[in-house]
Design a protein around this ligand. Structure first.
Ligand code: URA
Length: 164
């Protein structure tokens, strides 16, 4: 918190059936006070559009950490411990039908295991009695576009899951 500009709480529909959870705010998010507003966020908005969803309508977006780690380093366990109660409370209030963790760090935090993304994908996990799916972080798709097909399959599953 000492090095942040903004406390990046979350954004979206308080009655969302879909809740997306990323890792931590980056530079742009820290400046704006809103999650996923940089390059990754633009891609995320496009992915949401492809499943007929929109930021703020049926979707809530948050991160595990509410403050930007210095130089975007990975969150450290003490930071996760401090921030997780906020996330738990957000989930309790919103009561989404499905939580989607974006990327390895968010996935590992929510499943509480040091697994690889390929070990966490394609499975419905449980997070405090709410179904949880783990897929790639949009930044990974920007770095490695060959992951986009698998990501699209995940989001088609997500679309159908919240419809059913
Ligand atoms: N990456 C994240 O995990 N969260 C953001 O809000 C932005 C980038």
């Amino acid at each position: 918190g000492k090095t942040r500009n903004s406390f990046v709480f979350g954004v979206g529909d308080p009655n969302a059936d879909l809740m997306l959870v990323g890792e931590a705010p980056g530079k742009e998010e820290d400046l704006k006070g809103e999650p996923f507003v940089g390059r990754s966020g633009k891609l995320l908005d496009n992915i949401l559009r492809a499943i007929n969803k929109k930021r703020g309508e049926g979707v809530y977006i948050a991160n595990v950490l509410k403050c930007r780690p210095p130089n975007n380093r990975d969150p450290i366990p003490s930071e996760v411990k401090k921030c997780e109660p906020y996330l738990l409370r957000q989930i309790k209030i919103i009561k989404p039908k499905l939580i989607v963790a974006l990327g390895k760090v968010a996935g590992q935090t929510l499943v509480k295991k040091d697994l690889l993304i390929k070990e966490m994908r394609n499975k419905v996990h449980d997070y405090n009695s709410i179904p949880l799916i783990i897929t790639y972080h949009p930044a990974a798709l920007l770095r490695n576009p060959s992951l986009k097909l698998d990501s699209w399959k995940d989001f088609q599953y997500i679309r159908d899951f919240i419809k059913s």
